[in-house]
Ligand binder design. Structure first.
Ligand SMILES: [Zn+2]
Length: 127
C-alpha cells in the first residue's frame, strides 16, 4: 500500500477513534432510573439494555480501530490476520479497521463453536 493511502487510512481511523472514545467515555455511567410507574420501569429497563448493548459494541469497535492503527505503524495494515493475504481495497474502504479479508471474515461470522476461539485468539494476540 502506498504511503499516501496509508496516511489517508490513518486519518480516517484516528477520527473514528476519537469519536468512539468520546461516546464510550460519555456512557461510562449508565444511569439507573427508577419510576413508580410500572410501564416506565419496563421502558427504562429496555433503554438500559440497549445502552449496555451499544456500549459493548462501541468498545469492541474502538478496540478494533486501535488495533488497526497499530498495524499501520507496524506495517502490517491491510493484511489479513488469518490467511495473511492482502485485504481488498474495497473492503478496507468500507471497514478500514477490519482485521480479516472477506473470506476469513465469513468463516468468523459462520463459525460459532470450534473455530471461533481461534479467531478470538488471533485478535487478542494482535491487540
Ligand atoms: Zn484472510
Amino acid at each position: 500500500m502506498k504511503k499516501s493511502e496509508l496516511s489517508k487510512y490513518r486519518n480516517v481511523l484516528k477520527t473514528k477513534q476519537a469519536e468512539l472514545a468520546q461516546v464510550v467515555r460519555n456512557r461510562d455511567g449508565i444511569a439507573i432510573e427508577k419510576s413508580p410507574d410500572a410501564f416506565d420501569e419496563v421502558q427504562y429497563a429496555a433503554e438500559r439494555e440497549l445502552a449496555i448493548h451499544n456500549l459493548d459494541r462501541d468498545s469492541n469497535l474502538l478496540r478494533s480501530v486501535r488495533a488497526a492503527l497499530r498495524r499501520i505503524e507496524e506495517g502490517s495494515f491491510a493484511v489479513c490476520l488469518h490467511c495473511e493475504e492482502d485485504i481488498s481495497p474495497k473492503r478496507l474502504a468500507a471497514v478500514p479497521w477490519t482485521a480479516f479479508c472477506i473470506e476469513c471474515q465469513e468463516i468468523v461470522d459462520r463459525s460459532q463453536g470450534d473455530h471461533r476461539d481461534d479467531f478470538d485468539e488471533l485478535l487478542i494476540n494482535a491487540a
